[in-house]
Design a protein around this ligand. Structure first.
Ligand SMILES: Cc1cc2nc3c(=O)[nH]c(=O)nc-3n(C[C@H](O)[C@H](O)[C@H](O)COP(=O)(O)OP(=O)(O)OC[C@H]3O[C@@H](n4cnc5c(N)ncnc54)[C@H](O)[C@@H]3O)c2cc1C
Length: 367
């Protein structure tokens, strides 16, 4: 099958590789060559999928423990993969390094051209893809993996719903004095959740959800950001130093219930952008993409899309809910909420069952 993919972010790249492995021909378009550097927690389900595409163990660090705590209150929970019988929960990687490996794995180069229009299949014609130079392609299938960054969704007549969280993510890297191998941190600091991922040795990635004006200010005042982070991270990491410029991304949920048309399907952030606090956006999208690519083995593209979305929809809804609830629950600094968190974390720490459920959801293993 001839497939055109609009967008070569992680989803477009992995879709191209996944389709090539199955013997399809994929043409990938993306005009942007400079991508932001992000830290990504790849779930075990993602690593297994990548491994099946010949991409094993992307550079990064295995995640073996997750420490959940709130600043200033007693009670915390340590979720340990080995105690639950798993070698690890996943792996933390740098997005740019992952994308580089993916690009090298492809049969052909990325075409650095913008896709300006996509039309669904009609009774008599294949779907149409128009490029910025005016040329038109008519492949068997179009995958829109534009991250929701272009007007292609709207031009297909699809209407995303948007839910702004009134927050921005400020992200970057820090070096810490006392690294703990394989341990990631989810820390609630009153202003919103702060996630810290181990990348290699003493280098960690951070993502912190804060008010938009504060995020903008902290982006320009390196010293203020470093001081606030030093006070916010778990004390066991010791002193910290900023190791990169900070990037700010507004946090908005974008959602399309049925992101497809005849001969055209949206995957990735264009179909659903969820809150990043639980580190699930890419992992979730890849579970849907894998279901689709596997179903293409025995069904035509339109029926494969419908079947794949059908089998994946519970996972999709559950991950959306889980990711947004964490923000809603933890962005208030009230005493009652903090007391609840303290009790909740103490209970979680005593409950292997709950730890297993949380870990398996994060690993993409819940069905
Ligand atoms: C702060 C933060 C932390 C995150 N952490 C995690 C994590 O730990 N784990 C996880 O699983 N997920 C995480 N995510 C989510 C993850 O980053 C996204 O799910 C993922 O990047 C989406 O990839 P994508 O390919 O859909 O979109 P993008 O990465 O946005 O890529 C879209 C690409 O399409 C191109 N494009 C746009 N329009 C066109 C067009 N018209 N023609 C051609 N090309 C076009 C763009 O240039 C771009 O390269 C995080 C997100 C954020 C914001």
């Amino acid at each position: 099958m001839q497939i055109v993919i609009a967008g070569a972010g992680p989803i477009g790249l992995i879709a191209a590789r996944g389709l090539e492995v199955k013997g399809h021909s994929a043409l990938l378009f993306d005009p942007t060559t400079e991508k932001p550097k992000m830290s990504l927690a790849l779930a075990e389900s993602t690593l297994t999928f990548l491994d099946s595409l010949g991409i094993s163990e992307p550079v990064g660090e295995d995640l073996t423990q997750i420490h959940v705590s709130e600043r200033g209150v007693p009670g915390s929970a340590l979720i340990d993969a080995k105690v639950l019988g798993y070698p690890r929960f996943g792996r933390a990687v740098c997005s740019q390094k992952l994308e580089k490996i993916l690009i090298e794995s492809l049969d052909g180069p990325i075409q650095t051209r913008n896709v300006v229009d996509v039309k669904a299949r009609t009774a008599v014609e294949n779907p149409r893809v128009k490029l910025e130079d005016g040329s038109v392609l008519a492949p068997d299938l179009v995958i829109v993996a534009d991250g929701g960054r272009s007007h292609l969704t709207e031009s297909l007549g699809l209407k995303p719903s948007f839910r702004p969280f009134g927050r921005s993510a400020i992200l970057g890297r820090i070096r810490v004095e006392r690294p703990v191998l394989g341990r990631a941190y989810e820390r609630f600091v009153g202003t919103g959740p702060l996630a810290i991922l181990p990348l290699c040795e003493d280098l960690y990635g951070f993502v912190w959800s804060v008010e938009p004006a504060r995020a903008k200010y902290l982006q320009t005042d390196r010293c203020a950001l470093e001081n606030l982070l030093a006070a916010a991270v778990d004390p066991e990491l010791g002193a910290i130093q900023l190791a990169s410029e900070a990037v700010v991304i507004p946090l908005i949920e974008r959602w399309i219930d049925r992101p497809f048309r005849p001969g055209v399907v949206l995957f990735g952030n264009g179909a659903q952008t969820i809150h990043p606090v639980a580190g699930q956006g890419l992992n979730l999208a890849l579970r849907g993409l894998k279901a689709f690519i596997d179903t293409l083995d025995y069904l035509g593209p339109d029926q494969a899309v419908i079947d794949a979305f059908g089998s994946w929809s519970n996972d999709r809804e559950r991950t959306r809910l889980l990711s947004s609830s964490l923000e809603v629950l933890f962005n208030h600094d009230g005493a009652l909420r903090r007391l609840g968190t303290s009790l909740g974390l103490s209970m979680l720490d005593q409950s292997p069952w709950l730890k297993r459920r949380i870990a398996e959801a994060g690993m993409g293993l819940l069905s």
